[in-house]
Design a protein around this ligand. Structure first.
Ligand SMILES: Cc1ncc(COP(=O)(O)O)c(C=O)c1O
Length: 387
């Protein structure tokens, strides 16, 4: 029997990281020792307090039952306190906050609540690939807006054609940005909120990297006047507390948007494992020291890898925030070819910029997610010969 995939599935691009994973696995099976700087999955252990909570909570009978779709009240309450303390944003824990099975889950399910087949979803290019998957699975039309180096990797919203603006339902924005590492200044966020209010577009603001910064502190879109009318913001425990595998995040903002997402989720998942939610409460309540330590570690790795890349001749290296370096290759180089060379000749796994969209071509992304001792093994002194 042959079963045909749906048109939506057929339209999905191959998931970039899955392809890289396969190649990596193949080389590892051949016995190669790789330095993996490809995926944003921190090598650092989550704080021990969280593990302790998880362990004791998992044993309790009430935590082994189905969780509430809306999440534990105590977790929503703790998120409310954290958002107020970190950004000065006021949120109603019952209507404006929703725990998620990781922020990706919410980011991808969200369009299902609001998209009709003729609607556009505007997605930056380059971008975290899940937005494209989200729009495609919801059956939307996609318009990609370029994030150019000359505009500090901010989209020029005035360049979006009227036919798209008039039929767009959602725009995804993500700062601190993966992969370009840039932070959005307040003036840009104000412009984005005005743009969305004018055209009746939902601003989906992905703030997964809000705590991974070095100088300037990233903002929440909800700090911007008028944002709560049009925005939903996504946060993640994955990066802030190195809890990627736990699967915990939250959405917050406009209550209609939150209730639409909740409706979708109620029909798909049955909440986050209660013990993981308890772990999240511990993270927010007792582990505020942790992001600070994490930033210190990432800052040192960033310094070391930047030095290596600079001495190999790379001089446009972006690392304003997040745990990535976004590195410009010489003109006309192929990011795929470069990453293939790195993998095969240097045993380094990096992510080709083209995997994040066509405007990512000419760049390569390095994730600072391995211990600094591995950087001693990197030798790029002869790299210029390939260009
Ligand atoms: C920009 C961005 N948003 C969201 C996520 C998803 O994070 P989570 O683990 O919370 O699903 C990632 C993960 O890499 C990311 O890079």
């Amino acid at each position: 029997m042959k079963f045909d995939f749906s048109d939506k599935i057929k339209k999905l691009p191959p998931y970039l990281f899955a392809e890289i994973d396969r190649t990596k696995q193949k080389l590892r099976n051949e016995g190669l020792d790789l330095i993996d700087l490809s995926i944003g999955d921190p090598d650092i252990l989550a704080p021990k307090e969280i593990i302790k909570t998880l362990y004791s909570s998992a044993k309790l009978k009430e935590n082994q039952k189905y969780a509430l779709d809306q999440g534990k009240y105590e977790l929503r309450r703790e998120i409310k306190v954290w958002m107020k303390k970190r950004f000065g944003v006021d949120l109603d824990e019952d209507k404006e906050i929703l725990p998620l099975v990781g922020s990706k889950e919410g980011l991808v399910h969200f369009p299902l609540a609001f998209i009709e087949a003729s609607d556009y979803v505007i997605i930056p290019d380059p971008a975290y690939p899940a937005y494209l998957g989200a729009a495609t699975l919801a059956g939307a039309k996609v318009y990609r807006v370029a994030l150019l180096e000359k505009n500090n990797f901010l989209p020029d919203l005035s360049k979006i054609p009227l036919r798209v603006k008039n039929r767009a339902k959602i725009i995804y924005l993500n700062y601190p940005n993966n992969p370009t590492t840039s932070i959005a200044p307040k003036e840009f966020l104000e412009k984005a909120v005005k743009f969305c209010s004018k055209y009746g577009i939902v601003l989906v603001y992905d703030n997964a990297y809000s705590e991974i910064y070095f100088e300037e502190k990233p903002l929440s879109i909800l700090e911007i006047k008028g944002a709560k009318e049009v925005s939903i913001e996504f946060h993640s425990f994955s990066k802030t507390f190195c809890m990627t595998g736990f699967r915990l995040g939250w959405a917050c903002g406009n209550k209609e948007l939150i209730s639409g997402l909740l409706k979708v989720k109620t029909n798909i998942d049955s909440g986050v494992f209660s013990a993981v939610q308890e772990g999240g409460i511990t993270a927010l309540r007792d582990c505020s020291y942790f992001p600070l330590q994490l930033r210190r570690i990432i800052r040192e790795r960033r310094r070391l890898l930047t030095k290596i890349l600079k001495s190999a001749g790379f001089n446009r290296i972006y690392s304003e925030a997040t745990f990535y370096l976004w590195v410009k290759l010489p003109p006309r180089s192929s990011s795929l070819e470069f990453c293939k060379y790195l993998l095969e000749e240097k045993n380094i796994v990096a992510t080709p910029g083209i995997g994040f969209g066509k405007w990512g071509e000419g760049f390569v992304r390095f994730a600072l997610t391995v211990d600094k001792k591995f950087f001693d093994k990197i030798d790029l002194t002869d790299i210029n010969k390939i260009f």
